[in-house]
Design a protein around this ligand. Structure first.
Ligand SMILES: C[S@@+](CC[C@H](N)C(=O)[O-])C[C@H]1O[C@@H](n2cnc3c(N)ncnc32)[C@H](O)[C@@H]1O
Length: 200
């Protein structure tokens, strides 16, 4: 699979990945990682856990992927064709403020994405999905009904909802992703957080 540090791409195979993960029990994947700020912050705070940020766009990842942290890896991949090297690794997945084809795939129950999520996670893995009003409106969904639809898709695929909450500007400001900050100070600072866990 293609990994990236700064401007440099590196092809990492499953053996090398297993070596990197050898000392870690918890592996967290952030799908649609954007500039990678979220996983970089978490990796700095939680040195006993391993974090993998995945995004289809390499340019945004350049700055944060330069940080040399032993528990952090960035992978360039489409969410709809996740690398087989990640199979069964993740104890947790986050999808923060998806847009474009990532959001469409969640809304449309795209088997390539949904099966990929099952493939990269362990049984009983946790998942957190943050959805914002503007992104859903560009896909022709209102915030509540779009979140309902994504919750239905994930529930049907084997993810049970453990909590659902609304986020306002104040709540968004406390989430350490670049997009959360942007939304918090924008004209429509409304989002929904879905927490789920895998039950099959
Ligand atoms: C609104 S940004 C959010 C970035 C980051 N999660 C944050 O909160 O700052 C959405 C991200 O999803 C990524 N994305 C969209 N479709 C994708 C796909 N099919 N596969 C992988 N990444 C995708 C985009 O490249 C972009 O970085």
């Amino acid at each position: 699979m293609e990994t990236i540090r700064g401007r440099t791409s590196y092809d990492m195979d499953g053996i090398e990945l297993t070596e990197r993960l050898a000392n870690y029990t918890d592996v967290s994947i952030d799908l649609g990682a954007g500039d990678g700020r979220f996983v970089r912050c978490l990796a700095e705070q939680s040195k006993g856990k391993f974090f993998i940020g995945i995004d289809a766009c390499r340019e945004n990842l350049r700055a944060n992927s330069q940080r040399k942290l032993p528990n952090l890896l960035f992978v360039i991949s489409s969410a709809q064709s996740l690398p087989h090297e990640l199979h069964g690794l993740a104890s947790h997945v986050s999808i923060n403020f998806p847009w474009g084809s990532l959001l469409e795939s969640l809304l449309k129950d795209d088997a390539c994405l949904i099966n990929g999520l099952l493939s990269v996670t362990r049984p009983c893995a946790g998942m957190e999905v943050l959805l914002n009003a503007d992104a859903l409106s560009t896909a022709d969904w209102a915030l509540e009904s779009g979140a309902d639809q994504i919750e239905r898709v994930l529930n049907a695929a084997g993810w049970k909802t453990t909590s659902r909450s609304c986020l306002d500007a104040h709540a968004l400001r406390s989430i350490p992703t670049t997009w959360a900050k942007r939304l918090a100070f924008g004209r429509n600072p409304r989002a929904i957080r879905l927490c789920l866990h895998r039950f099959k």
